[in-house]
Design a protein around this ligand. Structure first.
Ligand code: 0O2
Length: 225
């Protein structure tokens, strides 16, 4: 059993009181759902690794620097459903949440992001349900990333199930920015945070210009004999 699979179960076992009770009636169903999401994460990660290996031969370099995966914790699932005023049931999770299974793909260059997305799109068994391009249309805070909601089949002893996975694709620099920005969300003193939000916004713009510049330098290097 993988560490990640174990982690999902440990998280479930350690959920704070309220949330634990919310899914208690459906504990078995909930565990099965998490097992299925874990399967889908593995499917998508393997697909990405195979594509990366192939491109490292045909293009002589890897478009993907690294891949991270995560499964949403039960309390985070419950919080999101509550925020959207949706029922806290397994059925509601499956119908309404797209990001219980999450895969993050980190690329060196901007054009690699779209290359990876295109390669996923043409796979026979991958359906792209939704695309959010926060690179072409960044969020107000400066967040940039390409989000794809995929549906992939996961095969079991008694058939297959289509499962949704959120894939976030971004550059190393965008990822660096997003990790720091994410930590501001958990700070209580909003007044102090206001300056930080402004500075982060400015950094996001610098990062974007740098990403574009690095890509053009890479292209120039490619022409040097
Ligand atoms: P966590 O902790 O990463 O799981 P939807 O109902 O799906 O349309 P949602 O879920 O807000 O609405 O979709 P969106 O905008 O695609 O965001 C999904 C995820 O993208 C977030 O998950 C974050 O991981 C990431 N993200 C989106 N906006 C930002 C941002 O401004 N800053 C950072 N750092 N990350 C962002 P969660 O569930 O919010 O969080």
């Amino acid at each position: 059993m993988s560490d990640q699979y174990l982690m999902a179960h440990q998280d479930y076992a350690n959920v704070p009181g309220d949330v634990n009770n919310l899914f208690e009636k459906e504990r078995e169903e909930f565990e099965r759902m998490m097992m299925i999401y874990n399967g889908a994460i593995r499917e998508v990660k393997t697909k990405l690794q195979v594509l990366n290996d192939e491109l490292s031969i045909t293009r002589n370099r890897n478009p993907i620097e690294f891949i991270e995966t995560r499964i949403k914790t039960p309390d985070s699932i419950a919080n999101k459903l509550q925020k959207k005023e949706l029922p806290l049931t397994v059925e509601s999770v499956r119908e309404n949440l797209n990001d219980v299974a999450g895969v993050r793909v980190i690329c060196a260059f901007l054009d690699d992001i779209y290359k990876v997305a295109d390669m996923l799109e043409v796979q026979d068994d991958v359906d792209i349900i939704k695309t959010k391009d926060y690179i072409k249309k960044p969020k107000k805070n400066g967040y940039r990333s390409l989000h794809l909601i995929l549906e992939v089949p996961v095969f079991f002893s008694k058939g297959k199930e289509k499962v949704r996975v959120e894939v976030q694709i971004r550059t190393i620099a965008m990822d660096f920015w997003a990790s720091l920005e994410h930590s501001v969300k958990y700070k209580k003193n909003v007044r102090d945070a206001e300056d930080i939000v402004y500075e982060l916004r400015a950094c996001a713009d610098v990062i974007n210009r740098t990403d574009i510049h690095m890509q053009s330098i890479r292209d120039k290097i490619a022409y040097i004999e």
